[in-house]
Design a protein. Structure first.
Length: 128
C-alpha cells in the first residue's frame, strides 16, 4: 500500500511518488521504498506506458513519512540528472556508466529538460 502520495511537475512531465510500505528488499531491510511514477508528455495518460521506479531511502533518526518521501523524490531527480548527462555523452559518441538508467524516451526527455530538472533539484534540496 502506497501512502502519502504527492505530485510534482518538472518541465512538462508529472512525477507522482509516495511511501510504499509493501515493498521489501532482503538486502536492505532498514530502508524504505519510495514508489515513483513518471508520466512524460509524449505518453498519453492511461496508456500504461508510464515509467515507474523505486528509490530506496534510509531513515535517519525520527524522519516522518513525508520527509522520507521527499528524500526519495530528490534522489530520483539526481538519477534524472545523471540520465541527462549520459544521453549527452552518447550524443558525443562517448559511453557512460549511467547509459542504462532509464528507457530511451526517459533519457531523451531528461536531456531536453535538464535545466528544469536541475532547477527542481536545487529547489527541493533547499527545502531539506
Amino acid at each position: 500500500m502506497t501512502l502519502l502520495i504527492a505530485t510534482d511537475y518538472v518541465a512538462d512531465a508529472t512525477i507522482t511518488y509516495g511511501i510504499d510500505r509493501t515493498a521489501h528488499d532482503a538486502d536492505m531491510p532498514h530502508k524504505v521504498a519510495v514508489a515513483i511514477s513518471l508520466q512524460l508528455p509524449s505518453v498519453p495518460a492511461g496508456t500504461g506506458r508510464v515509467h515507474t521506479d523505486t528509490v530506496w531511502v534510509a531513515p535517519i533518526g525520527d524522519e516522518t513519512d513525508a520527509e522520507l518521501r521527499h528524500k526519495g523524490f530528490v534522489a530520483f531527480l539526481s538519477f534524472l540528472s545523471a540520465a541527462a548527462e549520459a544521453y549527452a555523452a552518447g550524443m558525443r559518441g562517448l559511453e557512460s556508466d549511467n547509459g542504462s538508467l532509464f528507457p530511451a524516451d526517459v533519457m531523451e526527455w531528461a536531456y531536453i529538460n535538464s535545466d528544469a530538472i536541475e532547477m527542481a533539484h536545487g529547489d527541493e534540496e533547499d527545502m531539506s
